[in-house]
Design a protein around this ligand. Structure first.
Ligand code: DGL
Length: 265
């Protein structure tokens, strides 16, 4: 049986961070085509004023849904989903959105020291949604929120093959490491989908070993649960499209997309 009638799955981020989620989603849904959308014209989302970002993302989705008619959408961006998730669901009630939110609940369940840090964009750190997660699931922990101005950009540069200095990275992640009454941070939540690309660098620079929590696989599993199951399928042939809102990603970005089996449209 072939699977020509299956609708694609749309994966959205402000930049290339959503690829960390796409690679897990592909493993769990090999029968599906994906459409990758990067709002690079708006990148980075971390510093946007909230009302303007809401308006931008909702109107962008009105166009994307009309053009691509996906089965579901994965919002592979904490900065966007913690702000716009509810608005997207209200504006497009027939579409299912799988969100990405800081993995505070699993971190609180796993920590042994009770000291957890959340590494995110400044936008995600200041969201009411994020504070709500801490209140609901981690009130027994000491949670440090670390809003990084530059790390999403650095991750983009790093994954494109540019050199990123250790001192610069350490300046962004250093705040995550807390020592208090003889206890030390043992979990750092990667609450921006760009950051898992740099986790090897983080590991090397960390003053002590911690668990770096990447929610990509859990997001992919949630998406898998929402799409209709298909056991009988033939491997897909051909590449999936990647759409950049700038209309003009650079050469290194195009090459990166190719490596992920995506063709820039
Ligand atoms: N990848 C996005 C996230 O998960 C944010 C990057 C940005 O636009 O600042 O939060």
């Amino acid at each position: 049986m072939t699977t020509p009638d299956l609708k694609p799955i749309l994966v959205f981020d402000s930049g290339i961070g959503g690829l960390t989620v796409l690679r897990e989603a592909r493993v769990l849904m090999p029968e599906r085509h994906f459409i990758y959308v990067a709002d690079d014209a708006g990148f980075p989302y971390g510093g946007w004023e909230e009302a303007a970002l809401k308006e931008r993302v909702v109107s962008l989705f009105a166009r994307l849904l009309a053009e691509h008619d996906p089965e579901i959408c994965i919002i592979a961006c904490n900065t966007a989903f913690t702000l716009v998730g509810a608005d997207l669901r209200a504006a497009f009630p027939d579409m299912r959105f799988v969100g990405t939110v800081p993995a505070i609940k699993p971190a609180a369940e796993r920590t042994r020291s009770g000291l957890v840090s959340v590494l995110a964009t400044p936008g995600t750190v200041k969201r009411a949604y994020t504070r709500g997660l801490i209140q609901s699931f981690a009130s027994q922990c000491h949670v440090r929120l670390v809003g990084s101005e530059n790390l999403a950009r650095m991750a983009e540069a790093y994954i494109r093959g540019e050199t990123v200095g250790d001192t610069d990275v350490l300046a962004e992640i250093g705040q995550c490491f807390v020592e208090q009454d003889g206890a030390k941070t043992d979990i750092v939540v990667l609450a921006c989908t760009h950051y898992p690309f740099m986790v090897n660098v983080f590991r090397r620079l960390a003053p002590w070993p911690v668990d770096w929590l990447d929610p990509a696989e859990a997001i992919a599993r949630q998406a898998r649960r929402l799409v209709s199951p298909t056991d009988d399928f033939e491997p897909l042939i051909g590449e999936d499209p990647a759409i950049f809102t700038s209309g003009n990603p650079d050469f290194a970005t195009r090459r990166l997309m190719q490596g992920f089996g995506l063709t820039v449209r």
